[in-house]
Design a protein. Structure first.
Length: 290
């Protein structure tokens, strides 16, 4: 069991934020921190990892107290045995893939597991390459494997797939989930992607303005507000063309461009580049396997 109680005053782009959270996680779970930008998600990961000091707080992992500001206890980051995958990968550019992993290893057992990890992540053939010669997806896999070299009981993922295209993101989602299961880690993910959250998580902690507003399974958390008798698709307006008394909109949704009809009132103040929600009835869709 992981118990987290932390308070910290933060200065965000939107102004002052008082982070004040209290939650518990079962060991072995896959939990996503979800909420708008500036809700305090990344700060929670950094406090758990020991990279940021809270104003006040208490963190206990199983029977070990990592943080207790009232008793002046603050376990050093290197003693917390956490794997952390940052959004920008944070790989050493002067080292090869293998050297990045060797640097992260702490024991002979860790070293012996490197080839196995590289094989699982389809990186063995790239072991002697340097990060800057790899694609974004390959670099992300190296960062993930490096975080797992020491087989940490807790893995922190800070929007690790946000910069990748849809196909690569889905591939790495599968690999993250398989590695999570293989190593039995407790994984804490920061993500805004609903498909990613549904696919990976068994628990969600929903945050708003530095506070926990809900915790539970994805269907329970999102079902209350998002499930309806309509399909809702969010996309970007690419073009607006008038056709007689109606307007035809080209909307980019994921990697697909769809055309939809709109009235003059609906396109008022709408221009290319705007984000829109496209609604359609859910009980009469055509579904075809690709």
């Amino acid at each position: 069991m992981i118990q987290i109680q932390i308070q910290k005053s933060l200065l965000m782009a939107e102004g002052k934020l008082n982070l004040d959270v209290d939650f518990r996680l079962e060991m072995g779970s896959f939990c996503t921190l979800y909420g708008k930008s500036g809700a305090g998600k990344t700060t929670i990961l950094k406090i758990l990892a020991g990279l940021v000091q809270p104003d006040a707080g208490f963190i206990q992992v199983n029977d070990q107290v990592w943080l207790d500001t009232a008793k002046n206890i603050n376990l050093a980051p290197q003693k917390r045995n956490i794997g952390f995958v940052f959004q920008d990968y944070a790989l050493f550019p002067n080292m090869t893939v293998r050297e990045n992993l060797v640097y992260a290893a702490q024991s002979k057992e860790d070293l012996s597991a490197i080839d196995d990890l590289l094989q699982r992540a389809s990186l063995l053939s790239l072991a002697d390459r340097k990060p800057l010669t790899l694609s974004g997806g390959q670099q992300q896999r190296v960062a993930l494997v490096r975080a797992l070299v020491r087989k940490p009981p807790i893995l922190l993922l800070d929007e690790p797939l946000s910069a990748l295209d849809l196909e690569m993101r889905q591939l790495l989602q599968d690999q993250i989930y398989q590695l999570h299961k293989s190593f039995g880690t407790t994984t804490l993910l920061v993500s805004h992607q609903l498909s990613e959250i549904y696919r990976l998580s068994d628990q969600i902690i929903s945050l708003d303005k530095g506070k926990v507003i809900a915790q539970g399974p994805p269907a329970e958390i999102f079902g209350k507000e998002r499930l309806s008798s309509k399909i809702q698709l969010v996309g970007e307006v690419l073009a607006i063309k008038k056709s007689d008394v109606i307007y035809i909109l080209d909307v980019l949704i994921g990697n697909n461009i769809i055309k939809t009809v709109a009235t003059e009132d609906e396109v008022t103040n709408l221009q290319p580049g705007d984000t829109v929600t496209v609604f359609t009835k859910a009980f009469n869709p055509i579904i075809k396997k690709r």
